[in-house]
Design a protein around this ligand. Structure first.
Ligand code: BGP
Length: 471
């Protein structure tokens, strides 16, 4: 029988679960950041979030009602190991068992991410991913999850967006521990995360549970508005920095030599790269790439420029232009002709096609799941309904272009819209909404299906009808 294309949507534990101090859950670095930090710009926490912890039955039923046949979610490390290691918390295990079993009851394939930013506080306070011990704790946690849930979960992701997390934590400084332009920590965190991911992949294979395991990385095709030798060099540097830095080790088991040379030339520390780790990366190559796609890498040269990073966590009304400039490498460019969202990010549906074909050229025929893609809006209730026609227009464009890439032979096997329901958008708070389902945060997290929910249901139905007709 032909393998089913997976149509779903995605969430992450801290962003949707809430119940921060229930069920024996331990604290994460985000609990402490959101409760205590003056850098929590929008002054909200994930304490209740979308209250998925208490509404999961309704949420999974709604996934089913909109024809979705897969759900991407993450496990909160601190629900399984409240301190990050040690004794297993049975209440946490029971919670995820209920979610997984309910998904299967509705014929929804669970796609489970082990780590999506929410590091246990004790590990974070001891250096987080800079501390080699975190690697071992992560692998123990991963193995425990495989043993507990692997009889039913057949799609796993080790780590979500290692480089974006490190970018925010150590270069921009908008995520804890708020370092700015600390490239030494940035590189070491990515290196340790890659080792942890590879070791978890190897641990998974040893258990022979018959599923697939991948890593999730956010990127787009590398492009520029002009073309001369400086622009070509900027594109080459950006490809190393934005894509190959994570995906070469994950997919091919090796750090690109050109990247190491470029880092050394730029005076960056590479002393943490150990000969004996090569074997770990080689053994732990992934089965698939999870692509979180939001925008392409549009770049220009940065030869005499200043190294700086910025992020717009305020949205409409903010004059912060999001971007990355790294002296001697590349700088983000802006295409004046493309549409932008309220946070200043480019919204360009064809770029998903370009990203998929670009990745297929770099890593031919490696299976790809689009693990996140969507459109952020300030949705407003209008007489109890949400008419998010702009989201429908944009996402329909993304989907049509994705199917075009698939038709041309790219091995894309599934698509997850970000997000299943409205949820906590990290430092952006709750006004930046992505959900197919509206959450009324002022009314006990009441769920209201948006127009996009019904549109997605029909889109999936039409696709499946066309596929069946072909058979
Ligand atoms: C990805 C993360 C998600 C999600 C999404 C939207 O980087 O994996 O967790 O938050 O981006 O980003 P934001 O909420 O910052 O707009």
């Amino acid at each position: 029988m032909k393998e089913q294309f997976l149509w779903g949507s995605a969430t992450a534990a801290y962003q949707c679960e809430g119940a921060w101090n229930e069920g024996g859950r331990g604290l994460t670095q985000w609990d402490v950041f959101s409760h205590e930090s003056d850098r929590n710009l929008n002054h909200v926490t994930g304490d209740t979030a979308s209250d998925f912890y208490h509404h999961y039955e309704e949420d999974i039923r709604m996934l089913h009602e909109s024809n979705q046949n897969s759900y991407r979610f993450s496990i909160a490390w601190t629900r399984i190991f409240p301190n990050g290691y040690g004794e297993i918390n049975q209440e946490g295990v029971n919670f995820y068992n209920r979610i997984i079993d309910l998904c299967l009851q509705y014929h929804i394939e669970p796609n489970v991410t082990l780590h999506h930013y929410d590091l246990p506080i004790e590990l974070a306070e001891n250096g987080g991913w800079l501390n080699d011990k975190t690697i071992d704790y992560f692998v123990d946690y991963a193995r425990t999850c495989f043993e507990l849930f692997g009889d039913r979960v057949k799609l796993w992701v080790t780590i979500n967006e290692l480089s974006f997390y490190a970018h925010c934590c150590f270069l921009v400084g908008n995520y804890p521990p708020h370092h700015e332009l600390d490239f030494t920590s940035y590189s070491k965190v990515i290196y340790n995360g890659l080792l942890a991911s590879a070791k978890a992949v190897t641990a998974y294979r040893k258990l022979k549970q018959g599923g697939k395991i991948g890593i999730v990385h956010p990127c787009g095709s590398v492009e520029s508005l002009h073309d001369d030798s400086d622009y070509a060099q900027a594109r080459y540097n950006a490809e190393l920095y934005c894509i190959r830095c994570i995906l070469d080790p994950a997919v091919k088991g090796e750090i690109p030599q050109e990247l190491i040379v470029k880092m050394k030339d730029s005076g960056l520390d590479t002393s943490f790269i150990r000969e004996e780790d090569k074997k770990i990366l080689k053994e732990g190559i992934v089965d698939f790439i999870g692509l979180n796609f939001y925008l392409r890498e549009l770049v220009k040269p940065c030869m005499d420029g200043v190294t700086k990073m910025s992020m717009n966590n305020k949205g409409k009304g903010s004059d912060v232009m999001e971007g990355t400039s790294i002296h001697g490498w590349f700088a983000s460019d802006n295409d004046p002709w493309t549409e932008k969202n309220h946070w200043g990010r480019e919204v360009h549906p064809k770029s998903l096609y370009d990203a998929l074909t670009y990745l297929d050229r770099l890593y031919p025929q490696v299976p790809i799941y689009v693990t996140e893609n969507g459109h952020a809006l300030y949705d407003e209730l209008e007489k109890g309904e949400i008419h998010d026609i702009e989201r429908i227009r944009i996402v329909q464009g993304f989907l049509d272009w994705m199917l075009q890439a698939k038709k041309q032979g790219v091995n894309v096997k599934g698509y997850y819209m970000w997000s299943t329901m409205d949820l906590y958008s990290w430092v952006n708070g709750y006004k930046k909404r992505y959900g197919l389902v509206y959450i009324d945060f002022d009314d006990n997290c009441k769920r209201i299906a948006k127009d996009s929910f019904y549109w997605y249901k029909r889109y999936i139905e039409d696709y499946q009808r066309r596929e069946t007709a072909v058979i």
